[in-house]
Ligand binder design. Structure first.
Ligand code: AMP
Ligand code: MG
Length: 502
């Protein structure tokens, strides 16, 4: 060690004392250290996020590797695993909790206070039958997808890094362990509220949680006559907008249990997710979802169901009074979900079609395109992107787009209506094209892209993961050097099965 490296000049993350979760009290968590992993090494690092958090230099160092693998304590205060409950596949599952996640602490960032959490850091009191670990495969998927979603403009937890270790982990086959570092203002889920309503049946703790969440994350609701109802309505609206964004981009979450829905309206807990390739409203991305409960087209309905589970859990927090009236008020608070979802989805889809003004016939025009695509399983991302090049000129054949459809006559009929609709609002093709390219991504994290990065990483080569991250950080740009990532999934990709086992 030379004189320069003997004293580290890299500053440690500036952890805030205490922290939101900590301040709620021990009914909400258990303190415990992470379990160490052998021979850890970096699999992926997110330099852009590190810079945002003021951790750019720190993330380059050996100390960061040890902290983010759980091998060294992050700070004096011990990490926390939080307890929650939830409905899984529509059935009450009782107590769950951070079975393999640990909150290291909070730091300030330009985008507000951020929690830093390890996922895959070993057993906790909430691990139940699990081993507390995450495998390399699922960790790379979570890392890449959370960043892909963020750069698509979709609210999500972020991912700072993935650390790998040769430690074997048993899934369907023997895999190896990894730890993802996740970043979010909060990892609170609907299930945290359900826990104190049903499992712990502790109305005082529930009330404390609600008050603290409103105070910290929804301060505008404090002014409302009943802050809890105003806050629940805001959660419903955020969830509605998130669902509209998922549907518009063709994202399928796969496990929308109430413990996997964020109270802040973030996409959280990436498992067997998938982006739609060939458009199919009943697409099921989770291999273990035999009933298709979480099929693509069912996501908004499931979110609505989950919001009712949340509303029900909040009943004890409304205190004394007529329970029937309280239940009614809670139901009314989530009601705006529907209008917010419909309006958000229409707005997003109109943007995808490049429609500037709002016309009565727009929903039918949009729906007919989606039906056409559903009938032929047309590739959703490719078709939407090609739509930007549509010429509204009289007589234009739009072959690039037309070639995606077997039923040319059906496409032509729709194309005539679309062209007329564009001419009606004097849409200028070149100008519209630029707008549409900013609404229709060229690059999404298709399963086969993740799979290619995973296979290389399993052989010890992490360059593909890092390359894919860079591509997904610019999803709306052309990036001709990465054209292959914007193509159809290859034949072999049809055999990729993603299940809950992560
Ligand atoms: P998920 O559906 O993956 O979000 O997880 C549902 C519940 O199972 C949560 O309480 C997780 O913490 C827990 N869990 C999932 N995988 C593991 C694991 N390998 N070890 C311990 N707990 C786990
Ligand atoms: Mg979960």
């Amino acid at each position: 060690m030379n004189a320069l490296s003997e004293h580290s000049v890299v500053s440690e993350p500036r952890w805030r004392a205490g922290g939101f979760l900590q301040s709620l009290g021990p009914a909400f968590w258990s303190e415990l250290p992470a379990q160490p992993l052998p021979e850890v090494r970096w699999v992926a690092r997110n330099d852009a996020l590190a810079a945002e958090l003021g951790l750019a230099d720190w993330l380059q160092g050996e100390r960061a590797l040890q902290v983010l693998s759980g091998n060294a304590p992050a700070r004096v205060a011990p990490p926390l695993a939080s307890v929650y409950s939830g409905h899984q596949f529509g059935v009450w599952a009782g107590q769950l909790g951070d079975g393999r996640a640990l909150l290291l602490g909070e730091i300030d960032s330009p985008s507000g206070v951020q929690e830093i959490q390890l996922k895959g850091s070993g057993l906790t009191p909430y691990s139940r039958m699990g081993d507390g670990r995450a495998v390399l495969r699922s960790s790379i998927r979570e890392f890449l997808c959370s960043e892909a979603m963020h750069h698509l403009g979709i609210p999500t937890t972020r991912a700072l890094a993935v650390v790998g270790s040769p430690q074997p982990v048993m899934r369907e086959t023997v895999e190896t362990a990894a730890v993802v570092t996740r970043v979010a203002p909060s990892f609170l889920r609907f299930g945290h509220f359900e826990h104190f309503a049903h499992t712990a049946a502790d109305a005082a703790a529930l009330r404390r949680l609600v008050d603290a969440v409103i105070e910290r994350y929804f301060p505008a609701c404090r002014e409302a006559p009943v802050p809890l109802l105003a806050w629940l309505e805001e959660v419903a609206r955020r969830t509605a907008r998130l669902m509209a964004q998922w549907q518009a981009v063709g994202f399928c979450h796969g496990v929308m249990n109430t413990d996997n829905l964020s109270i802040l309206g973030l996409t959280i807990d990436y498992g067997p997710f998938g982006f739609i390739d060939g458009f199919d409203p009943m697409h099921i991305c989770n291999h273990s979802d035999h009933q298709g409960r979480y099929a693509y087209a069912r996501q908004p309905g499931v979110a609505w169901w989950n919001l009712h589970a949340l509303a029900q859990a909040l009943l004890p927090a409304l205190g004394d009074g007529d329970p029937r009236q309280h239940a009614q008020a809670l139901g009314a608070a989530v009601e705006p979900f529907k209008a917010e979802f419909d309006a958000s989805l229409q707005r997003l889809l109109r943007a995808k079609l490049g429609l500037a003004a709002e016309h009565d016939g727009d929903p039918a025009l949009i729906d007919d395109l989606l039906r056409l695509m559903a009938a032929e399983h047309t590739d959703y991302t490719i078709a939407m992107r090609r739509l930007a090049a549509f010429s509204s000129a009289e007589g234009a054949t739009n072959d690039d787009l037309r070639d995606l459809f077997v039923d040319r006559a059906a496409f032509d009929a729709w194309g005539l209506r679309y062209a007329q609709r564009l001419r009606d609002e004097h849409s200028v093709d070149a100008e519209r094209r630029a707008r549409m390219n900013a609404a229709n991504p060229k690059f999404v994290l298709r399963n086969h892209l993740a799979e290619q990065a995973i296979r290389r990483a399993q052989e010890g080569d992490f360059a593909e993961t890092q390359r894919l991250l860079r591509v997904l950080q610019r999803p709306f740009d052309e990036q001709p050097e990465h054209e292959a990532d914007a193509g159809y999934p290859p034949q072999w990709a049809q055999r990729i099965a993603v299940s809950c086992s992560s």
